[in-house]
Design a protein around this ligand. Structure first.
Ligand SMILES: *Cc1c(COP(=O)(O)O)cnc(C)c1O
Length: 402
């Protein structure tokens, strides 16, 4: 028996069974569907990419997996070298893991231990944002502020060492002034908070945060698990404001397999680099740096560069703005567009009830949540396919009586 994610098993609809996938399309027995959400925002190249498939085959002929403790291999060495030159500034030190949640755990552990290693263990409060989502493991749930996870507070008291603030510069400054002596790190999803409702905020907030973190010796962590690889119209938000620790996942493997990486800058790495073994980072997921995953990531980055994905993303944003920016309906509270992400927020989630089935009939796979109807398409999508996705969203409101 399969226990499905985020579902009341008793009342959920039968999931659509996928029998094949190619490009932007998912195939059921009798339908061809555009995947408008890229399998949880990850399949940026679409499905069945020939070059990535070949990269997997080449590696699988050698070995699929070896552990990373006391062993190394070509794909992880080549990938780390690539990330070192490809990621901004001195974000050069790559710690791999198997999922975004674990990679965020690693980032938080790094930040806490950074201050312990520096003999300032009193710096142990984590600052995060309201409406944040950083994963489903326990520490990431605590750092998150997603209503699905507030059940946890019924069993555990609120963790006093975690503070949540709004994306408001005044509130940011006040919090730093009040807590800076004890602040360990500030973790954010930069520019776009995804699972918390596709909320966009201004880069000036992050620029101010960077300055305050430097001033008060607090580590800035960007969780770019969702925003990385172009989703916001920036290659990484870290290209504009550079954090001390960067977390990548989801699109990192082009959606082929679960893998993530926590990348530290030199300042962080140096706090662990010592003759004293007690200062080492004691962490090691079984499948970290999996050779198949590393081969996939290398090829995925190559495609991202070679095929000018940033231009594709700009074009997706342009078409999305043309189609949706001025669309209005009494049920719509706001339409938000950034890069290759569009979200229609409705006043009441009942206005989206039945949308998934409607989209399915129209040849689009969609999965609205709460009050949010959104699209985060694969970057290889063709113009007419993208228009179909956006048209389906508009048709829902046009065809459905109030
Ligand atoms: C999805 C997501 C995670 C968790 O990644 P998993 O691979 O699902 O564990 C963490 N942070 C952000 C911003 C995410 O969108």
């Amino acid at each position: 028996m399969i226990w499905y994610p985020y579902q009341q098993m008793k009342t959920m609809n039968t999931p659509y069974k996928i029998i094949d996938a190619n490009g932007v399309y998912l195939y059921t027995k009798d339908k061809k569907l555009i995947d408008s959400i890229s399998s949880w925002w990850s399949t940026i190249h679409g499905y069945k990419n020939k070059e990535i498939n070949d990269a997997i085959e080449n590696q699988i002929k050698k070995f699929s997996h070896i552990m990373l403790a006391n062993l190394s291999h070509e794909p992880i060495e080549a990938l780390s070298k690539k990330l070192e030159e490809w990621l901004p500034k001195d974000l050069d030190y790559c710690f791999f893991s198997d999922s975004g949640s674990v990679a965020v755990e690693v980032a938080l552990k790094m930040a806490l231990q950074y201050h312990i290693n520096k003999n300032q263990p009193q710096k142990n409060i984590i600052l995060a944002l309201k409406n944040a989502y950083h994963g489903d493991t326990f520490k990431t749930m605590e750092v998150s502020d997603d209503e699905d996870y507030h059940f946890i507070l019924k069993s555990y008291p609120k963790n006093k060492n975690i503070i949540h603030i709004n994306t408001n510069i005044e509130e940011l400054e006040e919090t730093f002034i009040k807590y800076h002596k004890n602040l360990c790190c500030f973790i954010v999803e930069p520019l776009l908070q995804c699972a918390g409702g596709m909320r966009i905020y201004d880069i000036s907030f992050l620029k101010r945060a960077r300055k305050l973190c430097d001033k008060y010796n607090i580590l800035l962590i960007f969780d770019e698990v969702a925003t990385g690889f172009g989703r916001t119209g920036n290659r990484f938000v870290s290209d504009i404001v550079t954090p001390d620790i960067l977390v990548l996942g989801k699109a990192l493997t082009g959606g082929y397999i679960g893998h993530a990486v926590t990348v530290a800058n030199k300042k962080v790495y140096d706090a662990f680099y010592n003759d004293n073994p007690n200062l080492a980072l004691m962490h090691g997921p079984t499948f970290m740096g999996n050779p198949l995953a590393c081969s996939i990531i290398l090829k995925s980055i190559e495609l991202f560069e070679k095929n000018n994905y940033m231009d594709k993303i700009k074009n997706i944003e342009k078409i999305t703005r043309l189609e949706l920016e001025n669309f209005q309906d009494e049920r719509i509270k706001e339409i938000r567009i950034i890069g290759a992400c569009v979200c229609i927020e409705v006043y009441d989630k009942k206005h989206l009830k039945g949308y998934q089935e409607f989209a399915y009939k129209n040849g689009v796979f969609s999965r609205p949540f709460s009050n949010y109807l959104y699209a985060m398409v694969p970057y290889i999508i063709k113009e007419e396919e993208l228009i179909k996705v956006l048209q389906t969203m508009k048709d829902w409101f046009r065809n459905k009586a109030l």
